[in-house]
Design a protein around this ligand. Sequence first.
Ligand code: IDE
Length: 445
Amino acid sequence: MRAMPEGFRWGVATAAYQIEGSVSADGRGPSIWDTFSATPGAVRHGDTGAIACDHYRRWKQDFALLSELGVSAYRFSLAWPRILPEGTGQVNQSGLDHYRRLVDDLLARGIEPVVTLYHWDLPQALQDRGGWTNRATIDAFARYAEVVAEALGDRVPRWITLNEPWVSSFVGYGSGRHAPGIADGRSALLAAHHLLCAHGAAVPVLRETSGQVGVTVNLSPVRPVTPEDADAARRVDGCQNRWFLDPLLAGRYPEDMIEWYGFADAEPGDLESIAAPLDFLGVNYYTRTWVASGDRDVPHPVHPSLDAHQVLPEKLPRTLMGWTIEPDGLRELLVRLRTDYPGLPPVLITENGAAFDDYVDPEGGVDDEERIAFLAGHLSALADAIDAGVDVRGYFCWSLLDNFEWAEGYGRRFGLYHVDYATQHRLAKASARWYADVVKRNGLP
Ligand SMILES: OC[C@@H]1[C@@H](O)[C@H](O)[C@@H](O)c2nc(CNc3ccccc3)cn21
């Protein structure tokens, strides 16, 4: 038995655009993901979030699944375009009312709502004015936080300002593989900085509520394939991990990367605001990053393309996303955080999960043993990190439901519950029953 500490929070996580659907209902405005997914070639099979899991209408039945799992917490995101359809200006009360109902139902079930304000669905109206490359979006986010804090501030125990600013900036504005589909290095850096500033502007606003405040970053330990690749690996670590951890936890950008990027867009006071004290750090972990510089093209001056440098060791097992399965990477990154960042607040694992080739068998079940093994391995590594002294307060499995997997569309299933998109029928996979038992035991059997 690998028991977690007393009071450890067990949860599952989702995000608005990936599950809600109803993209034009009750006053919702368009987001950059509505625009991007409607762009031919942007998303596999031309999939969009227009319907997704129809969760906007089926949320009550989905919340019954949370009770079935026995989780003590549920992480989900608010759709900014439901609350402020134009990103700023007029508030849409229907949007706020929807999320009030969700939060109140969770509380009535004894489940802690952990609310992400921004999980990539920027109102298109803001992108029309430059989006995250426009410094004015910082103030728009702060106003959004004020509106949400006023409406829900008395009943949400944990707030997450941003989900994965690295993805929003370097993938959305640097490689163009995510919305808004811009492939420009300097835009990625500007977007990253403004996202961090937006986080810093929202922290004092949310701190006025009764809830704790944190931010979620995706972290991946970086390994050189050969010793000659050490410099390239350090650059990728600088881009993917340190470019966000250093400002958030130490109030500075990493010197080696400032030089590499030639970055000079921080204004006086920005770094102090970004480094506002956190009640917790959300960490999303999925895999390690293996880097080989080799004789490939010179890495992009801003965003060393992981594709060009991602050379995965053949012997390692992978998920359907092509990501190597490396549970010990979770222990490694948590111990590194504790070692490198003395100001590290308590940690929540806000996402961990995997996509495998799930299918409904002739008996009507989904026997996803690979997912059970993935989760068991990562929970064991998490227990190792806690035994090593890292203060981890909770774990959120990604995801409750199969859902819209961004540029991969519906072809990649991460859910504990299988979703038949033709009928919207939810079906507990074997991993759902396994996870419910882990939650009940407060640890691995
Ligand atoms: O891909 C699985 C999930 C995704 O569904 C979540 O919305 C998102 O928060 C999330 N982040 C990662 C981490 N890594 C990542 C790397 C490159 C592009 C996108 C995500 C995985 N995931």
